[in-house]
Design a protein around this ligand. Structure first.
Ligand SMILES: Cc1cc2nc3c(=O)[nH]c(=O)nc-3n(C[C@H](O)[C@H](O)[C@H](O)COP(=O)(O)O)c2cc1C
Length: 228
């Protein structure tokens, strides 16, 4: 008798789970991943060195493996390399950000941003070879045009973005988690349908040579973990 690798459960096909990790070396693997991840930083000065489209495709494919509420996968990752579209995005983002810095942000918010030395100017939106704009899909349409629900959309898209950022870092590239606000201009410029809302804007590329990043501190382990 051959091994059963597929069977119906609840009337639906299930496949046998193939766990990739055979050896018991989780301690080494987790330490290695931690070590690589610790060097990730948000970068605001990009080189214009090209990044092959295949790399961007692999990064997006990684993000798209993410878990999601009822497996609805309520996301789309728009990858932009067109200089014309990047220029439009930069102009629109800077227009909103200038109003934010001049009028909308509270004093507390501005003080919190001071150590990061951010301004309303966003040259990286043109200089980085790629922009990935993540849209959340708040619902979808069935093939017959009916509205179908999505569940835990923010949680699902947030997790997918975490994987995206990690994949960018592990590909030897850098990014910035950018949230221009409001960001409806992204839907207009990219002509996105009415079930989608912009979620994050990530420039992706290589860092400029010899740049500085803010000297920030991450909370100590005791403050972020509690064991019971
Ligand atoms: C949800 C979110 C929104 C952010 N928005 C912006 C932004 O609009 N502009 C910016 O320069 N940095 C933005 N950041 C980057 C943070 O400032 C940065 O992650 C933080 O200072 C920690 O630095 P690190 O990423 O180098 O660890 C954002 C980060 C997150 C997670």
């Amino acid at each position: 008798m051959g091994q059963i690798i597929e069977k119906e459960i609840n009337g639906y096909p299930h496949i046998i789970y193939q766990h990739p990790q055979q050896e018991n070396n989780s301690v080494d693997l987790s330490a290695e991943y931690l070590c690589r991840t610790k060097s990730r930083r948000s970068i605001r000065e990009f080189s214009n060195k090209e990044v092959p489209r295949e790399v961007i495709e692999n990064i997006i494919k990684t993000a798209a493996t993410s878990p999601s509420g009822a497996n609805k996968q309520p996301w789309i990752f728009c990858a932009v390399s067109s200089p014309e579209i990047k220029s439009k995005i930069k102009a629109a983002a800077e227009k909103e950000e200038k109003i934010n810095y001049d009028q909308r942000m509270s004093e507390e918010w501005k003080q919190d941003l001071e150590p990061l030395a951010t301004t309303w100017q966003k040259p990286y939106l043109e200089k980085a070879p790629w922009l990935i704009i993540v849209f959340k899909q708040i619902f979808t349409y069935s093939s017959s045009g009916e509205k179908r629900n999505h569940y835990y959309v923010n949680e699902s898209v947030g997790i997918a973005c975490g994987l995206l950022i990690s994949a960018i870092h592990h590909a030897g590239l850098v990014t910035l988690t950018h949230t221009p606000s409001p960001m409806n201009f992204l839907s207009e410029i990219l002509d996105r349908p009415d079930n989608e809302r912009p979620y994050l804007l990530l420039p992706v590329g290589f860092p400029e040579n010899s740049i500085y990043v803010p000297k920030i501190h991450k909370k100590p382990f005791q403050e972020v973990a509690q064991f019971y």
